[in-house]
Design a protein around this ligand. Structure first.
Ligand code: ADP
Ligand code: UDP
Length: 246
């Protein structure tokens, strides 16, 4: 069994894609998926890892899709950010059912529902072992929750951003479209940018590059993967600055 001495990271920022929360459904939130994720997050808390969480909103609304359907883009992005707050509330519920203390903070003030994002308070909660869910993305349209995850990760001085997604790492091409795509185990930020590897938006990658924040992309739907990473094992793809020359 892993114990607190085994953990590699003291503080992580976990990004969960909204779509993962749908499970087998085409829209919305599947409580069974939430419960499974909550248990996996609980395992990290159990070995003493401080967990910040950013959840996407793609299971409910995405600004770009709403805009393509005729809505104003900024209105669509506002709806997308509100969707992330709904997902955060559902996740807090699931964490509490597993007796894991958690807080939801929102980049957009929403008095009476969740507290407003405050970096110093967030760090205090993290130090106290509470899971902090950062919702409403960055609070600005035209951004994504990947960028929000990297931003919050850098702000709260997380050791790494863990991007949980449908695929088990970064590939030479989108593995959902190209069956011959091959997975990388490690990449530099510039390689992701130069090769236009679409697993994360470029704003997020640039932000991490500029602040030397490592990112690991892995498959959430693989039992034990999250704990495996937390104790220092290889899973998915690590994106970080490479110190050796070409
Ligand atoms: N080079 C690549 N390597 C891995 N995944 C890629 C790549 N290019 C595109 N993708 C896609 O990026 C997705 C991961 O991003 P994610 O944020 O989880 O999805 P979305 O933004 O669609 O919710 C994967 O599901 C995958 O299909
Ligand atoms: O800082 C942000 C973060 C998110 N969004 C909106 O919220 C939606 C949901 O987030 P995202 O697409 O990143 O969710 P995911 O793909 O991770 O489920 C996005 O499409 C945007 O419309 C935004 O406007 N600003």
């Amino acid at each position: 069994m892993a114990n607190s001495r085994d953990k590699k990271y003291k503080r992580i920022l976990l990004k969960l894609s909204g779509e993962e929360l749908m499970g087998q459904e085409g829209f919305g939130i599947d409580p069974k998926v939430l419960d499974k994720m909550a248990l996996e997050i609980g395992q990290l808390v159990g070995i003493g890892v401080q967990v910040g969480l950013v959840i996407g909103g793609g299971n409910l609304f995405r600004g770009a899709a709403l805009s393509a359907a005729g809505l104003d883009r900024v209105t669509g992005d506002h709806m997308g950010m509100l969707a992330t707050v709904m997902n955060a509330l559902a996740m807090r519920d699931a964490l509490e059912r597993c007796n894991i203390s958690s807080r939801v903070m929102s980049a957009i003030p929403m008095s009476g529902i969740v507290e407003h994002y405050d970096r110093r308070r967030a760090i205090r909660f993290l130090k106290a072992g509470e899971v902090v869910i950062f919702s409403a993305g960055t609070g600005n349209p035209f951004f994504t929750t990947d960028s929000a995850a990297c931003l919050r990760g850098i702000e709260v001085q997380a050791d790494i951003v863990l991007k949980a997604t449908k695929v088990d790492g970064v590939y030479t091409a989108d593995p959902m479209k190209d069956p011959n795509a091959e997975r990388y185990t490690q990449l530099s930020y510039d390689e992701v940018l130069d090769k236009k590897l679409g697993v994360m938006d470029l704003t997020a990658i640039c932000l991490c590059r500029d602040h030397a924040m490592p990112v690991r992309v892995f498959k959430m739907n693989k039992a034990g993967a999250l704990l495996n990473i937390a104790v220092g094992n290889d899973e998915g793809t690590l994106i970080e600055e490479t110190h050796q020359g070409e």
